[in-house]
Write a protein that binds this ligand. Structure first.
Ligand SMILES: [Zn+2]
Length: 274
């Protein structure tokens, strides 16, 4: 397990580090003697072990991807977990049900924990869906652009929404609202992490943070809460299959001054699809 990123506030800055430094990198004051305005906090990891999730959409680097990382350029693969953490995902070979291999991924909870009638039927819905002819390689061929892992997930979600009397989601809405923000959060976290492996700390202006915190309080937490600078450079990458369906595209990537963005500690209100 990687050590967590620690955030602490001192004088005008927020300091992100893996180990609390002896002195404030901004004003030089000894941090061991002085009381900090706020206790240092560990930032929660944006990764989940899919096999410990229930009823989630999962996003992980595609298996064929050499770095196996959310670096913004790699292809991503998607799947859906049943209530026992088994990940159903559509591949060229049809739907596979995996009990391992999704230990470090982004999870998007789909069902509110009090939706008992839905939770009770989820596994059956998912099993039925995965047995449909659309995903049987003898009937339908996997297509990187138009009939891929994300097609499987989205059509499942829409099938459940229909059973609930709700309207279907477009591929664009689904990715923009439910997938992309979380993938971007991971990319920002990884960018910060990478920085901290070669630099002792990352500094951010507290003044700015305060203002933006207020604006973002009600939004779902980007890793933390503030500046919002896109630090990942190019985010998004291809979700869905192996080269197909570019859902992210570019989110514009300033890596300069505004780095670190969104690294505070807000967990935000959970947004469920159903
Ligand atoms: Zn200081």
């Amino acid at each position: 397990m990687d050590p967590p990123v620690i955030r602490l506030a001192h004088c005008q800055v927020q300091v992100f580090c893996l180990q609390v430094p002896g002195a404030c990198p901004s004003c030089g004051e000894d941090l061991r003697e002085r009381r900090l305005q706020e206790a240092p906090v560990s930032l929660p990891s944006p990764f989940s072990n899919a096999h410990k999730t229930s009823c989630c959409l999962l996003v992980a680097p595609a298996h064929n991807n050499t770095t196996s990382e959310f670096d913004g350029t790699s292809d991503l693969h998607t799947g859906i977990s049943n209530t026992e953490g088994v990940v159903y995902n559509y591949t060229r070979a049809g739907v596979v049900r995996e009990l391992s291999g999704w230990e470090r991924c982004v999870s998007v909870p789909l069902v509110r924990p009090d939706m008992f009638h839905l939770l009770n039927q989820w596994d059956q819905y998912l099993q039925n869906h995965s047995e449909g002819p659309s995903w049987d390689p003898t009937w339908h061929r996997f297509d990187e652009q138009h009939h891929n892992c994300l097609s499987f997930c989205l059509s499942f979600v829409n099938r459940v929404l229909a059973a609930e009397g709700r309207e279907a989601l477009s591929r664009e809405t689904f990715t923009q609202i439910f997938i992309l923000p979380r993938v971007q959060r991971v990319q920002k976290y990884l960018f910060l992490y990478k920085h901290l492996q070669t630099h002792q700390y990352y500094l951010e202006d507290r003044q700015e943070d305060r203002q933006e915190d207020r604006q973002e309080d009600r939004q779902e937490g980007d890793i933390g809460g503030h500046t919002g600078g896109d630090i990942g450079g190019q985010t998004g990458g291809d979700i869905g299959g192996h080269t197909g369906g570019d859902i992210g595209g570019q989110t514009g990537g300033q890596t300069g001054g505004q780095t670190g963005g969104q690294t505070g500690g807000q967990t935000g209100g959970q947004m469920y699809l159903m």
